[in-house]
Ligand binder design. Structure first.
Ligand code: ADP
Ligand code: MG
Length: 516
């Protein structure tokens, strides 16, 4: 049945226009309970390829549609009749609003006259308001007589799909401030919320956790952003972690009841909160933050990572890159102090008898001998397995000349020397220069220091193996890739790290009581 409007040209109904407009906004799913006047909208939605799921109550339909928004980043649509249908949907709308999830509810209302119907621009607007800034729910009211009205297609002004939400970064000075608060922290804790899940920040947050060796706690719906079985997950000690943290970084989580409002006794009175959120109104809720980072979590985390990568590497950065690139079935040999200790948490083993380290006697100097033995056995029994020997610079010194043995028998061992210019800690080249000016080095050089920037990789190249001297994450990645690809040749990567880099303080320092 065509109205006079559509006497010439192709006719299109209000319901079809609604469906096409939703389709144009990349809406994929519609949930609802049909009735007059919205049944035709559901039929038209199916006709344009939107999946329609008929539910038994508008409340469940609305919950379903809101979860689509969280899972896909594009709002799900909930289709309801006016009056009771809309009232039932309110629970779902409130839930979506409080959860910060995008949602569009379309309700059919009573007929209105034609003048008020130039309303299709409201779709992109509704999609934009549901996904931009803090995501949430939107309601569109469709006049009942509009649904079946036929108009000439050429008279319709179609709107294009709205742009995806712009991605904003935080102010640079706020990022530096947050980084310096975090660096000075003794007991930092990252709290990962569902905002982080929604912003797909999983890769960047995991990288930050690993590069900085930070413990993290997910909120219920953020579980899995960084896997629950990650060694830095402190969920099993949630209360203790919250109570003792001196700095907390909130990644898209609110200090509401789920997090005990951020207040004592569940949190320290003097806890410093670094808050990352896309919603300015949320910043400072309940606890006055020490730093606020207003922006998209994924983008802000990348800003923090960029800052971190520009600093001299620390143990955690180095081990993160090693872990990313070495084969799961490699045989790991390791010795050193911090190198071996931190390596034990950061470099996982997946098979038995594939890790050799300083052992019961805590012996330094075993590494290269162990690596040579492992390479001999691997050659005969599991030739596909690579031997990787991770050494502290001091530990390497105990048996460095065995590199000649490795080269003589052409054993494809990869040695990685994590070089901090010393035993436990060392000096950077500038401090070294200043100190040796003070007199005889034997009287003024700290006993823990070794010669800064020693080129241990040249021990390897001296005997025909491949040596790499690396200072940045990128150089480290390239050296690892090259030496792992060249399966025939022994290699040594000398990785310079921050001489003051340390592991996190121990709670029970009975073995390391020294103050040096
Ligand atoms: P949880 O229940 O996991 O603690 P909340 O719902 O309390 O999480 O907090 C989620 C927070 O994430 C909200 O404050 C919201 O503004 C924020 N958020 C949502 N999306 C983003 C995003 N892309 N970037 C930054 N913050 C976001
Ligand atoms: Mg050292």
């Amino acid at each position: 049945m065509a109205s006079s409007d559509s006497a010439e040209g192709e006719a299109v109904s209000g319901a079809q226009l609604i469906a096409e407009s939703l389709k144009a906004q990349n809406i994929e799913y519609m949930f609802g309970v049909v009735g007059i006047p919205v049944t035709e909208i559901a039929v038209a939605a199916q006709a344009v390829g939107i999946k329609y799921v008929g539910m038994r109550n508008e409340q469940a339909a609305c919950y379903a549609a809101s979860a689509i928004g969280y899972l896909t980043g594009r709002p799900g649509v909930c289709l309801v009749v006016s009056g009771p249908g809309f009232l039932h949907a309110l629970g779902g709308m409130a839930n979506a609003t409080i959860n910060c999830w995008p949602l569009i509810v379309i309700g059919g209302s009573s007929d209105r006259n034609q003048e008020t119907m130039g309303a299709f621009q409201e779709f992109p607007q509704a999609v934009r308001s549901s996904i931009c800034g803090r995501p949430g729910s939107c309601y569109i009211d469709i006049p009942g007589d509009f649904v079946n009205l036929q108009v000439n297609k050429s008279s319709v002004k179609y709107a294009e799909c709205c742009l995806p939400p712009p991605i904003s970064t935080a102010e640079c000075s706020a990022v530096s401030k947050a980084a310096s608060i975090l660096t000075r922290s003794k007991q930092p804790l990252l709290i990962i919320g569902k905002g982080a899940a929604y912003s797909h920040a999983e890769n960047s947050i995991r990288k930050l956790v690993e590069l900085c060796g930070l413990p993290f706690l997910p909120t219920p719906m953020a579980k899995g952003v960084v896997p629950d079985n990650h060694p830095n997950c402190v969920a099993a000690a949630r209360s203790t972690a919250l109570q003792h943290a001196d700095v907390i970084v909130l990644f898209g989580a609110r200090l509401n009841w789920i997090l005990h409002f951020g207040l004592p006794p569940r949190f320290r009175q003097d806890v410093k909160v670094i808050q990352i959120d896309i919603c300015a109104e949320e910043l400072g809720n309940n606890v006055r933050p020490a730093a606020v980072l207003l922006g998209d979590i994924n983008a802000v985390t990348k800003q923090a990572l960029a800052l971190q990568e520009s600093l001299p590497m620390n143990y955690y950065t180095v081990f993160h890159h090693i872990r990313e690139l070495i084969p799961k079935d490699c045989i790991l040999v390791s010795e050193g102090a911090n190198t071996m200790d931190i390596g034990r948490t950061m470099l996982p083993n997946y098979y038995p008898r594939q890790r050799l380290d300083a052992g019961t006697f805590g012996t330094m100097g075993v590494g290269l001998g162990f690596a040579i033995a492992a390479a001999m056995v691997a050659k005969d029994r599991t030739p596909e397995k690579r031997v990787i020997c991770v050494e502290g610079d001091s530990a390497f010194g105990f048996s460095g000349m065995e590199v000649e043995t490795i080269c003589r028998y052409n054993l494809p061992i990869l040695i990685i020397v994590v070089n901090n210019n010393g035993i436990y800690t060392g000096l950077d080249a500038d401090s070294w220069k200043e100190i040796v000016k003070l007199g005889d080095p034997a009287t003024c050089v700290p006993p823990v220091s070794l010669l800064p920037n020693s080129h241990y990789e040249e021990v390897m190249s001296a005997f025909g193996g491949k040596g790499y001297f690396v200072k940045t994450p990128e150089e480290l990645q390239n050296a690892l890739k090259a030496s792992l690809t060249d399966k025939q040749r022994p290699a040594l990567i000398n990785v310079m790290i921050d001489p003051l880099s340390e592991r996190k303080k121990q709670e029970f320092p009975w073995l390391t009581r020294s103050n040096l």
